[in-house]
Write a protein that binds this ligand. Structure first.
Ligand code: FES
Length: 144
């Protein structure tokens, strides 16, 4: 049902954790299943130097966050905008149909983190739209 790459990223997720004082942080929730994902970006001179994620969700959500972080690491902000859920799924050699919505979390969390970075720095990133507010964004401190 899952490809080898999905299983690999699920069992050995890359870039899991958080970045203190990150340039941008994005948290999103999947309304369908209640799963939550947060992505931290460390950006210097428009280059994503480091990226970490935390996911409270299913195996496909963990695998897609892991792959999304791998795809954006070392890239420019502009290149990171091309890391869509489709690109993440392709890099994982596909996801079962019922799990496609899980890959949207990674794209949305990444874009929310880029939005946060842009907002903090007063810049505009072409094609980036404001993410839906995540209610627990400010007050939520617990580990997930
Ligand atoms: Fe919720 Fe996969 S079932 S993200």
């Amino acid at each position: 049902m899952y490809t080898k790459k999905v299983m690999d990223h699920f069992q050995n997720p890359r870039n899991m954790g958080e970045i203190e004082g990150a340039s941008g942080v994005g948290t999103v929730g999947n309304a369908k299943c209640g799963d939550i994902m947060r992505i931290y970006l460390d950006i210097e001179d428009e280059i994503i130097k480091d990226v970490k994620f935390k996911t409270f969700g299913c195996g496909a959500a963990v695998a897609t966050s892991s792959m999304a972080t791998e795809l954006v690491k070392g890239k420019t902000v502009k290149e990171a905008m091309e890391v869509t859920n489709k690109a993440v799924m392709e890099a994982l050699d596909g996801l079962p149909r019922a799990k496609v919505h899980c890959s949207l979390l990674a794209e949305e969390a990444l874009q929310a983190a880029l939005w946060d970075y842009a907002k903090k720095n007063g810049i505009v990133i072409e094609g980036l739209v404001e993410p839906k507010p995540f209610e627990e964004h400010e007050e939520e401190e617990e580990e997930f």
